[in-house]
Design a protein around this ligand. Structure first.
Ligand code: SF4
Ligand code: SF4
Length: 322
């Protein structure tokens, strides 16, 4: 990587795809989670597909469309047209000029991805401070992948700390160690997604490197960072007993150096998001039903055998798949 590319990576500016208030899934207490839009990985089950592409996108919800035809009139590229009682959005032709978004009277078309300065994000978080204080909560930087935007995330975490807020970072840890090494000075908690212990699957399906993730996780643990490992249970990908024996064997080597493990059963709620983004056709989990906590108890038991216990939240089952 040459100097110009390095600067470009460091200085990437994320859009914010969502601000989730009153979250109890992304760290202790009541939290406000900021979702950064952009990720280098390509998990095909991604629960937040709107955070994968760093560019602004358009959600289109035909259920909100009245067929008024306004979008057809304002669209300069023929990408909006009426078919029957509703309009369609032809994403091949769409240039994302946004005219239909501005003109649609029902909100059937809306932007995903909002530019915000760090000062604006911190101000948003400060508005929720009384909930944090009453619950020992705080802010969570999630995504997407926060470390896809290293300088922005470092500065955001530093500014949150200046405001004395509890800071959690939800990351896959697929990044250069130097970024995490600096971030650990501002992050009170790392939520690290571990998706498989099979390096070939990590590379071929997710398009990342398990070796990089493991090295970062081990270095963070050795440095004394507070870490919870989160395992999304994905049918057909990592839900076999052998998969969980591998998780247990590896995580057992980190026992005492990580705060706990969260097992997150797959859920099907993300399907609607793929439809809104026009990605339903390529979504591999159209027919896959949500797993319940009781469906993964047997797998989680293998982690218990490795020494992770529900006592003191060393092992939790439930929550939302990342
Ligand atoms: S402007 Fe909105 S409500 Fe009207 S046809 Fe287009 S998408 Fe539907
Ligand atoms: S964003 Fe622009 S090009 Fe795309 S459908 Fe709307 S008006 Fe047409």
């Amino acid at each position: 990587m040459d100097g110009i590319e390095t600067t470009a990576v460091l200085d990437r500016q994320p859009l914010i795809s969502n601000i989730q208030r009153y979250s109890v899934q992304d760290g202790p207490g009541i939290r406000t989670t900021f979702f950064l839009k952009g990720c280098p990985l390509r998990c095909p089950w991604c629960h937040n597909p709107e955070t994968q592409n760093p560019e602004r996108e358009i959600n289109y919800d035909p259920e909100k469309c009245t067929g008024c035809g306004t979008c057809v009139q304002v669209c300069p590229s023929g990408a909006a047209r009426l078919e029957g009682a509703v309009s369609v959005l032809d994403r091949e032709l769409c240039t994302r000029c946004g005219r239909c978004v501005d003109a649609c009277p029902t909100g059937a078309r809306e932007w995903v991805g909002q530019a915000m300065t760090i000062a604006e994000i911190v101000q948003e978080a400060k508005g929720d401070e009384m909930f944090f204080l009453s619950s020992d909560g705080g802010v969570t930087i999630g995504g997407g992948e926060p470390l896809f935007f290293p300088r922005f995330t470092l500065e955001l975490a530093r500014r949150f700390k200046d405001e004395m807020l509890h800071v959690a970072v939800d990351t896959a840890a697929f990044c250069q160690w130097a970024y995490l090494d600096e971030l650990r000075h501002y992050a009170d908690l790392f939520l690290i997604d571990l998706k498989t212990m099979d390096g070939d699957k990590y590379r071929d399906v997710i398009r990342g490197s398990l070796a990089v993730v493991q090295q970062n996780l081990e270095r963070l643990a050795a440095a004394g960072a507070t870490i919870r490992v989160r395992i999304p249970v994905i049918p057909g990908f990592n839900d076999s007993e052998a998969d969980f024996d591998a998780f247990a064997a590896y995580l057992g080597t980190l026992k005492g150096r990580i705060a706990g493990v969260d097992v997150l059963p797959f859920h099907a709620y993300a399907g609607k998001k793929y439809k809104l983004l026009g990605r339903w056709e390529g979504y591999q989990y159209q027919e896959t039903e949500s797993l319940q906590p009781e469906d993964v108890n047997g797998l989680a038991r293998r982690l218990k055998q490795a020494g992770f216990s529900p006592a003191n939240s060393g092992l939790t089952i439930g929550g939302l798949t990342g």
